[in-house]
Design a protein around this ligand. Structure first.
Ligand SMILES: Cc1ncc(C[n+]2csc(CCOP(=O)(O)OP(=O)(O)O)c2C)c(N)n1
Ligand SMILES: [Mg+2]
Length: 896
């Protein structure tokens, strides 16, 4: 398809055409006699020699703007083209009708017609010939479907008999009786159907990459056979602007993920307009993916271009194809053939000549590659056969294909939510749907009889490929988890030894990894932070996973904790990517459903870079019914001393509360963490609860007490009484709440209050304000809706009823975290201390004084609360402020 030797000599910038011709002739001779590999070798030698001589070679990231697989290299199509076209047309119709009818019933309910319209061929070829379903012993392919294409997927499931007409009528009416269909892929809402949430642009591609890598991990560790399975990610071309889309593509090449296929639907448009009006998105992406080491397959032109390309002896057609920008290509879609002749072909006389015998109508019908099943099939076949690297297919399509003047190729097409009567009729006729003129305006769904050729074919194809796709397995997978007895040492306290909750947790994890029953299912995930958390011991113990093992002798080979990479390594050391780590977390935490095996991920990271930075991936994890433990290390605004504003986390627990399946904890002592994790494992993997545990751990060292008797339930439910200090009969009383590292400040405040002010207090460890609030909200809601029944009491209510005095709470987090429970207290006043405002580089003591969460500030707050109740004189408060050298005019930390 490249321009031939005799034509190149016509180039104006050629100073010696004869010489050029000789070189090219030799090239052709070698190609003919010895094949492309030899040509490849010679060109490599030439370019290396030229480079050594200082010749700067032109950088070519891209190939010509034509199909990567030439017409002569296309495999025969294995399916029944005519039947497949009819099936596809019916699916197109029902998808469009579904959105149209939903918007007629509820104006503004939304939905998308144009995305699937552009991608129908891309999906149908895969459904009929590639997507593998799940078998008993086989997890099938994992398919990430472009969120906005979901009407097409529902329309197919309708033909497959998996969804009823009622389901389609209730598209975007999920609360309708009998259930409806969710707008986009959401496993949370349709747990037997959707597997992977994709609609937040950019998350599907990064999650797909790490899913593919996790499949290799399972295989390399001997836990599951995943070879032969493919991960398919269908993406929009506009979606590639999201940093997550392209941010991890080098990993896919580096890790040789030949089980990964990206299909980018290049319809040249996004929501507002062209993706690259002034350039060419396909060429841009080709350069990026080739540079990253991917196999790139371009599917640009349909078969009607083949005869023209065959005639392109002078290379002018390929040249013209390459110089036209996307904005212009988009325009050809909406203009008549006459316009295409004038603006595309008439640029060069030989091109005009080439199409002289073709009618305007024929020019208009020249197809794009992404709408040609044979071209698409050829690309998919090459992709699944590719070894050693991932493949991206760049398929050129038309947005809104088939919707005609209603939207085909128009800038408004993304927002097209329904077709009018005339447009419906045209759509019907264009795709040959057997619906009468009288009926068509109602946009009825059309389904051929079960014994029709279409339905039988479609079902037979899926059967041959192992079952329906998408289909999420809801088969219960139970694994017995270890009991507390085996981990008693973590409940016994550290004696005099000062340790951090992080160290204690790592000790626990180290032991868990050796657990005979479940150790092998544990997946520690770290974004280049193992040493920060003292986890480097795990390098040796369980190895860092690497598909190729370790190709070098590590620099610290002689040391006990040397950097050990291994093919069966268990630890995922992801490098500096929280987004990538979270994607691994999702792959591991959904393995129970994807692969039928309970994997237990522990993602350990800098707490500031979790919910705040990659919150949308956590949201997708929740939607995915992902299970596992997120461990927010170096947590606490005042506990991580020195690091300052960007690192000191005082809000991750607040952020976490909005995630319905996330249970967030702020433990103070090793026994608390241990109880939470073991209980969480039992609940998730034995009781099958869909949850993600978020646990903050800190780096402050202090002695840990043994677990008091009978506090297990309190630890899990969010609060328990830790200690009591009675200052004598009739003395003022208060309840002190402390959490995480600040609990120790609270305990110190208790001592001062008793010794210096004769005030009796109880100290409570609040492990989770959010769990307390959720429970209380649920109880109150029930009471409101059942006003004549015996009211339910929340756990908070039960625990605090009859506990005298005001509550003073202190944590290392913003006040809003503790404020959650205020409305549900059984009559207490509650005064909240917290760390609102920016952190700064300082010592712990100075930070706690600055944020007013140190023991002395807790004492002052307690005295003040009691003074408001008339139990302490105001001057006592003032004297305490002076005594503790608190400057009453100091800056307000929440604004400083
Ligand atoms: C993170 C995120 N930002 C914005 C959107 C809103 N949005 C939905 S579709 C769309 C345009 C999609 O264009 P493209 O990726 O090219 O897909 P197409 O529909 O053209 O196939 C946008 C901006 C979103 N879903 N997710
Ligand atoms: Mg697009």
């Amino acid at each position: 398809m490249m321009a031939q030797a005799d034509t190149i000599s016509h180039r104006a910038d050629d100073s010696d055409p004869l010489e050029t011709a000789e070189w090219l002739e030799s090239l052709h001779a070698v190609l003919e006699n010895q094949g492309p590999e030899r040509v490849n070798f010679l060109l490599g030698q030439l370019s290396e020699a030229a480079h050594r001589e200082g010749v700067e070679l032109p950088f070519t990231a891209t190939t010509p703007y034509i199909n990567t697989i030439g017409a002569d290299k296309q495999p025969p199509y294995p399916g029944n083209r005519e039947l497949e076209r009819r099936i596809k047309s019916i699916i197109r119709w029902n998808a469009m009708a579904m959105v149209t009818r939903a918007n007629r019933a509820h104006d503004g309910i939304g939905g998308h017609i144009s995305t699937f319209a552009s991608a129908a061929t891309l999906y149908e070829v895969a459904f009929n010939h590639f997507f593998r379903g799940k078998g008993d012993d086989y997890s099938g392919d994992q398919v990430y479907i472009q969120g906005h294409a979901s009407p097409g997927i529902y329309a197919r499931a309708f033909l497959e008999g998996r969804l009823t007409e009622e389901h389609l009528v209730n598209f975007r009416a999920e609360l309708a009786s009998g259930g409806g269909l969710s707008s986009y892929p959401h496993p949370w809402l349709m747990p037997g159907f959707w597997e992977f949430p994709t609609v937040s642009m950019g998350l599907a591609p990064i999650m797909a990459i790490y899913q593919a890598r996790f499949n290799k991990y399972l295989q390399d560790r001997g836990l599951r056979k995943t070879n032969g399975q493919h991960v398919w990610a269908f993406l929009g071309d506009g979606e590639t602007d999201e940093p997550e889309t392209l941010g991890a593509i080098t990993l896919a090449a580096r890790e040789n993920l030949d089980n990964l296929i990206f299909v980018i639907n290049c319809n040249l448009q996004r929501l507002d307009g062209p993706v690259r009006g002034n350039g060419k998105i396909i060429q841009e992406l080709e350069g990026i993916f080739r540079g990253a080491g991917w196999n790139v397959i371009k599917v640009i032109w349909g078969d009607s271009w083949d005869p023209l390309l065959a005639k392109d002896k002078h290379g002018s057609l390929v040249k013209r194809m390459g110089e036209v920008v996307d904005g212009e290509y988009q325009k050809y879609t909406v203009m008549p053939g006459e316009y295409i002749r004038e603006h595309f072909f008439s640029k060069y006389p030989e091109l005009a000549q080439m199409v002289r015998a073709m009618s305007d109508e024929e020019l208009k019908k020249l197809k794009r590659g992404g709408h040609d099943p044979e071209k698409v099939y050829a690309a998919y076949k090459a992709a699944v056969e590719t070894q050693g690297r991932p493949t991206v297919i760049l398929a050129k399509t038309i947005k809104g294909y088939g919707t005609g003047e209603a939207g085909e190729g128009r800038n408004v097409t993304h927002q097209q939510k329904k077709l009018g009567e005339k447009e419906l009729r045209e759509f019907r006729s264009r795709f040959g749907i057997p619906i009468s003129d009288e009926e068509v305006a109602k946009a009825p769904f059309y389904k051929p009889a079960d014994d029709s050729e279409e339905i039988r074919y479609l079902k037979a194809r899926r059967e041959a490929l192992g079952g329906f796709v998408p289909q999420r397995s809801t088969k219960p997978v139970r694994t017995e988890m270890p009991r507390i007895d085996a981990y008693k040492e973590f409940l016994e306290g550290s004696g005099e030894r000062e340790v951090s909750t992080t160290m204690a947790f790592v000790g626990f994890l180290t032991k868990l990894l050796k657990d005979k029953q479940v150790g092998k299912f544990v997946v520690p995930i770290v974004p280049d932070e193992s040493r920060t958390f003292g986890m480097e011991g795990l390098f040796r113990q369980c190895g860092i996973y690497s598909h190729v093992g370790q190709l070098y002798e590590p620099v610290d080979a002689g040391m006990l904790t040397y950097y050990r990479e291994a093919k069966d390594g268990q630890l995922l050391e992801e490098g500096i990517t929280e987004a990538g780590s979270m994607s691994s977390f999702v792959a591991a935490g959904t393995a129970y459903s994807t692969h039928g095996i309970n994997m237990i991920p522990f993602f350990i990271y800098y707490s500031m870079f979790g919910f705040q930075r990659i919150g949308d991936l956590v949201w997708a994890a929740s939607d995915s019914r992902c299970k596992g433990f997120m461990i927010g290390g170096t947590a606490g605004r005042t506990t991580l001393a020195g690091e300052g504003l960007q690192h000191q986390d005082g809000q991750s627990l607040l952020n976490a509360l909005a995630f319905p399946t996330v249970r967030a904890y702020d433990p103070a002592f090793a026994y608390e963490t241990t109880i939470i994790v073991l209980d969480g494992m039992r609940r998730m993997y034995e009781e099958l609860e869909d949850a993600i545990y978020y646990i903050t751990v800190e780096n402050e060292n202090y002695p840990h007490p043994p677990m008091p008797a009978g506090v297990e339930e309190g630890i899990i439910r969010g609060l328990y009484k830790f200690s009591n200090k009675d200052a004598g009969e009739g003395r003022p009383q208060a309840q002190l709440f402390g959490s995480g590292a600040i609990l120790r400040e609270t305990i110190r405040a208790q001592e001062i209050l008793a010794a210096d002010y004769g005030i009796s207090t109880s100290v409570w460890s609040v492990t989770s304000y959010t769990e307390l609030a959720r429970d209380a909200i649920a109880a109150e809601r029930w009471n409101m809706l059942h006003p004549t029944s015996e009211p339910r009491r929340s756990y908070l209510h039960e625990q605090l009823s009859g506990q005298p005095g005001p509550i003073i709470s202190a944590s290392d987090y913003v006040r809003a975290l503790a404020d959650q429970i205020v409305p549900y207290l059984p009559g207490h006043e509650m005064f909240v201390l917290g760390t609102d405002g920016f952190g700064r580089s300082e010592t712990r003591d100075n930070l706690r004084r600055h944020f007013e969460v140190d023991a002395e500030s807790i004492v002052v707050a307690t005295l003040y609360q009691l003074s408001k109740m008339g139990q302490v004189e105001p001057h006592v408060v003032a004297e305490a402020i002076a005594k503790f050298k608190i400057d009453p005019e100091k800056v307000d930390p929440s604004r400083a």
